[in-house]
Design a binder for this molecule. Structure first.
Ligand SMILES: C[S@@+](CC[C@H](N)C(=O)[O-])C[C@H]1O[C@@H](n2cnc3c(N)ncnc32)[C@H](O)[C@@H]1O
Ligand code: SF4
Ligand code: SF4
Length: 440
């Protein structure tokens, strides 16, 4: 009997290590003594425990799936999981449950951090005939429609949105908007089924108005808040997102508290989630995420343990630690290779909201003819990326985030840094925050 290769050790600040079985997501904290024994056992084809504590360790490893007869057995376990994931994935892809429309890249705001800044000079609006053409990519399984931008709710997008709602009245809508024109669109919103509307507020009024003002510098906070209240009043689920860096993390916690108090009557329909800006460096980002989890834990008695769920879309091991749930293995890193297609007013198809506007990252086009590119972001998974097939991280990685690839010409390359930083830097921070139950 031997140890599996799919075991990963993560250093903790207290000198111990986390041991992870990447085949099944089991995880334990071990001390250096145990780690030393395991390092010796890792090179053995046949382990024979020598004393009672080694027997106890061996039995424990056996029960958590770390011991196999041979490598073939280990790969058999992995391949069985891969088969299930592969089949589920092709079904999800064929179903195409969600289509998101980039209504325009144009925007009435000029947020300094906006990841779409380079696309803002593209002024076109998605036209009704383009909506019809794009919907030909879907079938009867389409359940959700997303609205995205630039800014989806502008006076100039209204006609097309009216058209979309009129031909797709039964779908469930998921809308991401800056919220400035919510009040002006509320008559339309009351006619459809809405999963959620996500609106960004970047902290209290003065902090928000500095970061998210109109192009002419005018403030937006009060008008957005009025719109949010009107939506809550008619029963729409609202997600408030706060884009956070070191500068405004404290203001975000204050705003979170203020919004929960102000809209206490709508508690069921309100989520207020803090999310780090994507361009800040991993270390700062991970520290902010740890801070957010620590706050969540401190408020866990109020039922807020997974308050900032927005953070938990990252990695199955981190999710399982943070939510105390079994790990769900990954076939592809994120939704970009799964059930959602994103279409823009220039006939392009994308599979990732962060990629929109960058034609190089399009996965295909829906007009004038429907064509999908080969070797695109849509095809990234742990089967298609050669290096990932054999990698011990693959089931907790999925091939990494395509947006991190330095060379975006070949999309079938591994993007290890996203997972390695999550497992070796973020995971210990979250684990330690959880152990302390929210104490600093
Ligand atoms: C690009 S905006 C487009 C939709 C709409 N204009 C809005 O602001 O909600 C989509 C989402 O990305 C967020 N966002 C923009 N730039 C970001 C960045 N650099 N890092 C993280 N989130 C960002 C926004 O707050 C918003 O929730
Ligand atoms: S409102 Fe949205 S699209 Fe407009 S600049 Fe801000 S983040 Fe970008
Ligand atoms: S992206 Fe890197 S870490 Fe992730 S599965 Fe592929 S090779 Fe492994």
């Amino acid at each position: 009997m031997k140890l599996i290769k799919h075991m990963v050790f993560v250093d903790l600040k207290n000198g111990n290590k986390l041991m992870i079985n990447t085949l099944n997501g089991k995880m334990s904290e071990i001390n250096n003594e145990v780690h030393n024994v395991l390092t010796q056992w890792q090179i053995l084809e046949n382990i024979s425990p020598e004393n009672s504590s080694e027997i106890e360790l061996f039995d424990f490893l056996m029960s958590d799936g770390y011991i196999v007869k041979n490598y073939e057995e280990e790969m058999g376990i992995k391949n069985a999981t891969l088969n299930i994931l592969r089949n589920a994935y092709s079904k999800i892809r064929a179903d195409c449950e969600k289509m998101t429309f980039v209504m325009t890249y144009d925007c009435n705001f000029d947020c300094p951090y906006c990841f779409e800044a380079k696309a803002k000079n593209k002024n076109a609006v998605m036209q009704p005939e383009q909506i019809d053409a794009a919907l030909k990519l879907t079938n009867n399984n389409l359940e959700y429609i997303g609205l995205f931008g630039g800014e989806p709710f502008l006076p100039k997008t209204r006609k097309s949105i009216e058209y979309l709602f009129s031909i797709m009245p039964d779908k469930i809508y998921d809308i991401i908007t800056n919220g400035y024109y919510l009040e002006e669109f509320i008559d339309l919103l009351s006619t459809i089924k809405i999963e959620k509307i996500m609106v960004t507020l970047d902290g209290e009024e003065s902090v928000h108005n500095q970061r998210r003002c109109l192009k002419n510098g005018q403030p937006t906070y009060k008008k957005i808040l009025n719109g949010i209240e009107k939506c809550l009043k008619i029963g729409i689920t609202m997600h408030i997102r706060m884009n956070t860096d070191k500068e405004n993390v404290a203001a975000s916690f204050k705003l979170q508290k203020y919004l929960f108090e102000t809209f206490a009557d709508y508690k069921e329909n309100l989520q207020v989630q803090i999310a780090p800006l994507m361009q800040i460096l991993d270390e700062e980002k991970n520290e902010i995420i740890k801070e957010i989890h620590r706050e969540d834990m401190a408020h866990s008695k109020e039922g807020n343990k997974d308050l900032n769920k927005i953070l938990l879309t990252s990695n199955p091991i981190i999710n399982s630690v943070a939510l105390d749930k079994p790990m769900l293995p990954l076939y592809a890193f994120c939704a970009a290779g799964k059930n959602e297609l994103v279409v823009d007013p220039y006939g392009k198809i994308f599979s990732c909201l962060v990629a929109v506007g960058n034609d190089k990252l399009a996965i295909g086009q829906y007009e004038p003819t429907i064509e999908f590119k080969e070797n695109s972001m849509y095809d990234r998974n742990i089967d298609s990326i050669p290096k990932c097939r054999e990698c011990v991280y693959s089931l907790i990685c999925g091939g990494g985030c395509a947006m991190r690839l330095a060379d975006k010409e070949d999309m079938l390359k591994p993007a290890c840094s996203s997972t390695l930083t999550q497992i070796h830097d973020l995971l210990p921070r979250i684990y330690e925050a959880m152990q302390k139950g929210g104490e600093k």
